[in-house]
Design a protein around this ligand. Structure first.
Ligand code: BGC
Length: 479
């Protein structure tokens, strides 16, 4: 057997661990792939503004063109059909569908997503649509610090539900409100770029309120699909067992994980330790009415997992997993490295076992309140390795490390949720690879490539990577 046959045999062996009916998909987000930022009546989002401010994005990059998916949607759906995925998770661009953040929807924006949905359905690919993946229209002044944005979001959700409710199988209201609050408002490395530290908490609360209003709105619009939310979970541990390290680890777990999971699934915020009650006052003083809005029955829970977090007391370096964040050094705790794990292209620990831990935490924290779970994102950024085929001279993108990453993470999730596993109470329904395409990776610009498909950001040519061939074989071979 040659190397290619070996790889295909490995894919076939791997396929046997995938349970029947388990959904395998790939994910993207509007701002990261679409480009065409001035086309079709689209207006600006906070991310358009942010990327055009100097010094914000690595290499001075912006997403004006990104992967040019807006103009290449047909080619991209053909790639998905060739890959054989069950489902595609994308996001509706808020500034494309409702350019000023209020009023009726933009017909050209509707036409774009009509085409995407129709082509997906014609190819037998089930659409999962996210309503908000960070592209807040600039007209919504104060953005998520302003409580009114939650109401605006509910209104947008109703209209989008009315137009597309017949074709979307699964709706995600908001993607990773924790990242928006922490990176966008607390640390300033994402849009809108404020460094409010704990004063950013209202931006999290208002997104949660927006989530609740959006669930109500989608139900009022009688969408036929299932409705859920996507939170990013990073299992948190204290660097040592000192009281200080333990206390700050608990604090980080609240602002990164529990605040969002507990509010959406249990209808309450976690109990705030005395010493943090002032910093987290909005969570302590929240009104029962707001919690009732946030606590909507959900058909599924979306889990994004990338890496675990280790916390120690005391100030530390200002580098965050997503970029340089000088504001971090003002905090009384810091993130510690994980020397025991290999690192991804981004420098993140490659720790598949912690995906099992994240699922086990969901089971133990939420019990009966946890609906079926989809892993709505998981994936790895790697530098390109371009190999030239000696016989044909054709370029191949070798990314066997991505194959290893995806198989190890899927295996961790499936074994944790199998009978006898630490998360056996979790009804795990699927896994979406981040990402279908190399794309605009927020503060890191184009320096981090997460795609199954390589994008040449000069020519915009797409080249399926080795991992694409592996996944295609897994999908063909599963029962
Ligand atoms: C986000 C994606 C992002 C990925 C990798 C997730 O937090 O939802 O938009 O590209 O992580 O950084």
């Amino acid at each position: 057997m040659n190397a290619r046959d070996d790889a295909m045999a490995e894919a076939e062996a791997f396929a046997t661990i995938i349970p029947p009916g388990f959904v395998i998909g790939a994910a993207t987000a509007a701002f990261q792939v679409e480009g065409g930022v001035h086309d079709g009546g689209r207006e600006l989002s906070v991310w358009d503004e942010f990327t055009h401010q100097s010094g914000r994005i690595l290499g001075g990059a912006n997403a004006d063109v990104a992967a040019d998916h807006f103009h290449r949607v047909g080619e991209d759906v053909a790639l998905m059909a060739d890959l054989g995925i069950d489902s595609y998770r994308f996001s509706f661009g808020w500034p494309r569908l409702q350019p000023g953040g209020s009023g009726s929807l933009n017909r050209e924006g509707i036409a774009f997503y009509d085409r995407l949905l129709d082509e997906l359905l014609a190819a037998g690919i089930s659409p999962m649509a996210t309503l908000f993946h960070w592209d807040t229209p600039v007209e919504l002044r104060g953005s998520w610090l302003n409580r009114d944005t939650a109401g605006r979001f509910g209104d947008y959700a109703y209209q989008v539900g009315e137009v597309f409710g017949d074709r979307v199988d699964r709706w995600v209201t908001i993607n990773e409100p924790a990242t928006v609050m922490l990176n966008g408002y607390a640390l300033g490395i994402h849009a809108p770029g404020t460094t409010l530290l704990f004063d950013a908490v209202p931006a999290g609360h208002h997104q949660l309120l927006g989530h609740g209003l959006a669930v109500q709105a989608l139900r009022a619009a009688s969408v036929r699909g299932e409705i859920g939310v996507t939170n990013v979970h990073s299992p948190v541990s204290a660097a040592t067992s000192t009281d200080e390290d333990e206390a700050y680890a608990a604090l980080f777990d609240i602002v990164h994980n529990r605040m969002f999971g507990d509010a959406t699934l249990l209808g309450r915020y976690p109990t705030i330790p005395e010493e943090f009650a002032v910093a987290l006052r909005p969570l302590v003083e929240v009104s029962p009415e707001d919690l009732a809005i946030i606590h909507q029955p959900l058909d599924f829970y979306g889990l994004n997992y990338y890496f675990p977090t280790r916390i120690a007391a005391g100030t530390g370096s200002s580098s965050s997993p997503d970029g340089e964040a000088p504001a971090l050094s003002a905090l009384p705790f810091h993130l510690e490295p994980w020397p025991e794990f290999a690192r991804t292209g981004f420098g993140w620990p490659n720790a598949p076992e912690f995906l099992g831990v994240a699922l086990a935490e969901l089971a133990s924290r939420y019990g009966e309140a946890l609906p079926p779970v989809y892993i709505t994102e998981g994936g790895v950024s790697l530098p390109d390795t371009v190999l030239l085929d000696a016989d044909t001279g054709v370029a191949r993108i070798a990314d066997s490390a991505r194959i290893d990453y995806l198989s190890a993470h899927l295996e961790s999730a499936l074994s944790a949720t199998a009978p006898g596993g630490a998360a056996s109470a979790v009804d795990l329904r699927g896994y979406y690879v981040w990402s279908l395409l190399d794309n605009f990776e927020w503060a890191a610009g184009y320096s981090q490539r997460f795609g199954l498909v390589h994008v040449n950001f000069t020519t915009l040519d797409r080249t399926p990577k080795q991992s694409f061939g592996w996944l295609r074989r897994v999908l063909e071979a599963r029962s």
